[in-house]
Each structure stands twice: as C-alpha cells, then as structure tokens.
Design a protein around this ligand. Structure first.
Ligand code: ADP
Ligand code: MG
Length: 285
C-alpha cells in the first residue's frame, strides 16, 4: 500500500514534529508488526476547562494501518478522550499527535440517528454534507446498506428499526465516507448478547473488506479478545498504558474461536491485567 507517513498534526506546542522513524521508537507502544502507524500520540495530555489534573499522565500510543486496536480500562481513565483526540475533536494540552489520517469516522454507544429522517437519508447525510450529487449519493448509500444487511429498509424511520439495526445504520453512516480510521466508543454495549456477537463478527468482516484501522473502546474483555489484534490496558489513574496484548489469532474469527481454550486464556490474562490496573471490569463475557 502506498501511504504517507504520519505528519505532525494538532501538536499542542505548535512545534514541528518529525515523523516517527519506527512505530515503537516514536510512540513507546508497539504496533502491528510490519505496518506503519497511521496515527501516533506522543506524551500527550489533555486538560479540561476549570483546571484540575490532566486526564493522562503523558500518553504515548500509536494506531497502525489496518489494525484492530482495543482500549480497555476503568471508567474515567480517559478512553473516550483518546478517541476524541484521535478524531480531532479535542485539542492536546501538551505532547503531540502525528497523523496521516485523512478520513476519520466515529461511532458512539448511542446510534444518534436523526429521528425524522429515513434510513437512506440518515446514512447519506455525510455525503450530502460533502456535496455529493443525488445519483452518486444513492449509489454509495445502496452499496453500504447492502454491506451492513439493511437493503430494503431504506424508507424506515429510526424508531421502526431494532437496536441492532440502528447500530448497523450508525456504522453504515460511518462507513459511507470510506474512513481510513474508524473510532468506536462502546458501540455494542446497549445490545443483547446474540445481536452483539453478530455485529462483532460482521464488523470484522467490513473491517477486512474496507481495510480501515479500527480503534474501539469496550468494557467487555471477551469483545476485546474477539475483535482486536491488539489490546491496550489503561491504568485507572493518570490514564497511562499498563499492559498491552497481541491477539495472534487469524481473521476472520469464528464462533469456534470464542469457544476455544486460547480465547479463554486470553480473557483471563487481560482480565488479570485490568484487575491489577485497579479496574473493576470482570473478564467474563
Ligand atoms: N468535557 C469534560 N469536562 C471536564 N472533564 C471531563 C470532560 N470529559 C471528560 N472529563 C473527565 O476526564 C476523565 C476521563 O474521561 P473519559 O475520557 O470520558 O473516560 P472514560 O471514557 O475512560 O470513562 C474523567 O475524569 C472525566 O470526568
Ligand atoms: Mg468513555
């Protein structure tokens, strides 16, 4: 893939930062073997208005092209803030972010669909805002609706869709702009278990087909192990990285993986790291 190295972006200091020579050296956190980073935070901190301590104690973290990275940690440790910074929605107080991301997309826990607009209009909204013609927009929306399994529901209003369908619509609205980085903040936590597991598998399929980097937050260790190629555990205090795990399991991942001993071993290891980090998250699915 012919892709640029990350350039200095949104550096809090205003200083020009050199592109990282290697992912590991530049970020202090290892990344996908052989893949260059698409984004790297270096000793980053965020401070909210009203004073108080910074959210992180100098966070260094990279996202590689095409990887599926999961952030785990106790509530309040700064996971959502990481995603907001990566999306360019939150400035840094210090440190810097090197980024080659051209088209980030965000999926929240709530599908956040426009209640008065049908599915086609909801999914096509980013294209409309970007000034696409009606014909081009329709073609892209149809293709994405087919990908997420919502063909035939174009005229449905959000309240006519199930929770799983609403989340599919929300993901479709993110995929429609063909993001190179998809950020997801606890996207499936409101769904029942079978719906959640179907969406996990489907999302991995879309991730493989479209080739974007995925960075997601979950409170479920089993979800992290099933979906991620790398899991980063953030400390309960000062939001630094206390543990990192590679999930060396090939994609696509099947239901058999969920039932395997290696799956459960990883859940236990990551659950233990969370417990050691001062988290109350349980490792059971
Ligand atoms: N807009 C804000 N203003 C002030 N404090 C905030 C704001 N957003 C988050 N925080 C604080 O920053 C810390 C990290 O928040 P967050 O990133 O949402 O954590 P997490 O997603 O891990 O639960 C928390 O202590 C939270 O209260
Ligand atoms: Mg959060």
């Amino acid at each position: 893939m012919n892709t640029p190295a990350p350039s200095a972006g949104r550096a809090a200091s205003g200083a020009t930062a050199e592109p990282p020579a290697t992912t590991t050296a530049a970020t202090g956190a290892s990344a996908e073997f052989g893949s260059p980073p698409i984004l790297a935070l270096k000793r980053a901190t965020v401070r909210f208005a009203g004073g108080g301590l910074p959210v992180w104690d100098g966070l260094s973290l990279s996202v590689s092209r095409g990887e599926s990275l999961c952030l785990l940690g106790a509530s309040g440790c700064g996971k959502s803030t990481v995603l907001r910074v990566m999306a360019g929605l939150q400035p840094l107080a210090s440190g810097e972010m090197l980024t080659a991301v051209r088209s980030p997309a965000f999926v929240f826990q709530e599908p956040a669909l426009l209640p008065w607009a049908d599915l086609e209009r909801n999914v096509g909204l980013p294209l409309q805002l970007a000034g696409w013609t009606a014909a081009a927009k329709e073609q892209r929306v149809q293709a994405v609706l087919e990908r997420v399994g919502l063909t035939g529901r174009e005229r449905a209003l959000p309240h006519e869709l199930s929770g799983g369908m609403k989340m599919r619509a929300s993901i479709a609205r993110a995929l429609v702009m063909q993001p190179d980085l998809l950020l997801m903040d606890e996207p499936f936590s409101a769904l029942d278990d079978p719906t959640r597991q179907r969406l996990q598998a489907d999302l991995l399929q879309w991730w493989q087909v479209q080739g974007f980097a995925l960075c997601f937050v979950t409170h479920q260790v089993a979800e992290a192990v099933f979906m991620a190629s790398r899991v980063v555990v953030m400390g309960a205090q000062a939001g630094h990285i206390v543990a990192e795990f590679r999930v060396d399991e090939p994609f696509p991942r099947s239901a058999d993986f969920r039932r395997s001993a290696r799956f459960h071993e990883r859940c236990v290891a990551i659950g233990d790291a969370l417990a050691a980090a001062g988290s109350s998250i349980r490792s059971a699915a």
